[in-house]
Design a protein around this ligand. Structure first.
Ligand SMILES: Nc1c(NC[C@H](O)[C@H](O)[C@H](O)CO)[nH]c(=O)[nH]c1=O
Ligand SMILES: CC(=O)[C@@H](O)COP(=O)(O)O
Length: 185
């Protein structure tokens, strides 16, 4: 038997995409900062020009799953990170935006076989959001770490000799192939 666990080393071949909503920009810019910081401090070149990360901006959290799915289906990324901040207002709108973002991200990851990180904070108040975007801790950092861990785990599963990384029916189809740039080992 074996134990598979993602690690935070050997990151030089990993490719990521970050899909971020513009809504609640004050919070979003801090989450993005934290996320990039986590990636950079683990060896990822986060440059927008010639780095290991592609950045896609969308209007809000609701739009993140659709774009994440498109990106994941290219097979170009070891993990995709969806960043968003949904803050409760006075109407039921919060539940629809947050709910669809969560469901959509889960579905996109299931459909593509690529880790898609649920980097959407859902807060009842602006204060709660600020506390999670740098005042107390920065969830963006955690989301970056989650992406590194999952990218590494998937790589290990693909490289295992019992085919776990390709265990789903149709996993060898283009849409759910391993990232083209993955280190062959
Ligand atoms: N209220 C919040 C939104 N709303 C916008 C939606 O995400 C979406 O862009 C719009 O409904 C068009 O489809 N988005 C957030 O990320 N955070 C919010 O608090
Ligand atoms: C998360 C939301 O939907 C929120 O920003 C919208 O506010 P409201 O419910 O007051 O329209």
């Amino acid at each position: 038997m074996a134990v598979f666990e993602g690690n935070f080393t050997h990151t030089e071949h990993l490719k990521f995409a970050i899909v971020s909503g513009r809504f609640n920009d004050l919070i979003m810019s801090k989450l993005m900062q934290g996320c990039k910081d986590a990636l950079q401090r683990h060896g990822i070149n986060v440059s927008e020009i010639d780095g290991q990360v592609d950045y896609v901006l969308v209007p809000g959290s609701f739009e993140t799953p659709m774009i994440a799915r498109q990106l994941a289906a290219t097979g170009n990324y070891d993990a995709v990170i969806c960043l968003g901040a949904v803050i409760r207002g006075q109407t039921p709108h919060f539940d629809y935006v947050a709910g669809e973002a969560a469901k959509g991200i889960a579905a996109a990851a299931f459909q593509t076989g690529v880790p898609i990180i649920f980097g959407i904070i859902t807060a009842d108040t602006m204060q709660q959001a600020l506390e999670r975007a740098g005042i107390k801790s920065n969830k963006g950092w955690e989301f970056g770490m989650n992406a590194l861990e999952m990218a590494s785990l998937m790589q290990q599963l693909r490289q295992s000799d019992n085919g776990i990384g390709f265990a789903l029916p149709g996993d060898r189809m283009t849409a759910i192939a391993p990232a083209k740039t993955a280190d062959p080992g």
